[in-house]
Design a protein around this ligand. Structure first.
Ligand SMILES: CC(C)(COP(=O)(O)OP(=O)(O)OC[C@H]1O[C@@H](n2cnc3c(N)ncnc32)[C@H](O)[C@@H]1OP(=O)(O)O)[C@@H](O)C(=O)NCCC(=O)NCCS
Length: 182
């Protein structure tokens, strides 16, 4: 995948992002419900940060290059190596900058990072059938529909059906050394 010019950049989520992140999550409550639950208090944020400790999950803030404004977040979650070499994306816009194409650009940068730097072979996005904005976004990015998984993820207090969307690395692709040779 060639790197295209982008208005946004990905910055690894750090403890210093806590206050800004939580206040943007609180400002985005209406946009995120019932699809996404993100930390809105310092305590929740500190618990959330622990998921990034062992490198299995990577968290990023999508920032507008010109202003530094945090437009949203994207996680590259559940990185599995071996014969899978895949991960799943979790993402959300922040309400003050939603609907301006920043998420499409931020996810494009995340895909480039995943395929070119992490050398992953597969990215998934698992989306509830009613989440029209997320389905439209992921289709624009070239993900393909792979099927419906009943009771797939525990969201907003219940096991929810999810559509499974995925994309594999464009060629040419350089594999990670952890991929078995045969
Ligand atoms: C899904 C979600 C991340 C989409 O965020 P977004 O900010 O609307 O995404 P984008 O702005 O990148 O793209 C969406 C719109 O921007 C428009 N857009 C694209 N480029 C643009 C540009 N340069 N200028 C202005 N608008 C633009 C697109 O046409 C699109 O509009 P449309 O849907 O009316 O056609 C957001 O709705 C969200 O956070 N939802 C809650 C959390 C969630 O569901 N997460 C995913 C769980 S699976």
């Amino acid at each position: 995948m060639s790197n295209v010019p982008s208005r946004v950049e990905l910055r690894p989520l750090t403890h210093s992002d806590q206050d800004e992140f939580c206040s943007l999550v609180r400002a985005s409550a209406e946009l995120h419900a019932p699809w996404m639950q993100l930390p809105a208090t310092g305590e929740e944020f500190q618990g959330w940060m622990r998921r990034f400790d062992d490198g299995t999950n990577l968290g990023f803030v999508i920032r507008v290059q010109e202003t530094g404004e945090a437009a949203g977040m994207v996680n590259i979650n559940s990185v599995i190596r071996g014969r899978y070499q895949g991960a799943s994306l979790g993402y959300a816009a922040f309400a003050p900058s939603a609907g301006r194409g920043y998420m499409a650009e931020g996810l494009t940068v995340a895909m480039q990072y995943a395929f070119n730097d992490l050398r992953l072979h597969r990215l998934e996005a698992n989306i509830q059938p009613g989440n029209k904005a997320s389905l439209a976004l992921i289709q624009r990015l070239g993900f393909r529909y792979e099927g419906l998984s009943p009771d797939y993820l525990y969201i907003d207090g219940a096991w929810r059906d999810h559509e499974r969307w995925a994309i594999t690395a464009p060629s040419p692709w350089t594999s990670d050394p952890s991929l078995p040779e045969v």
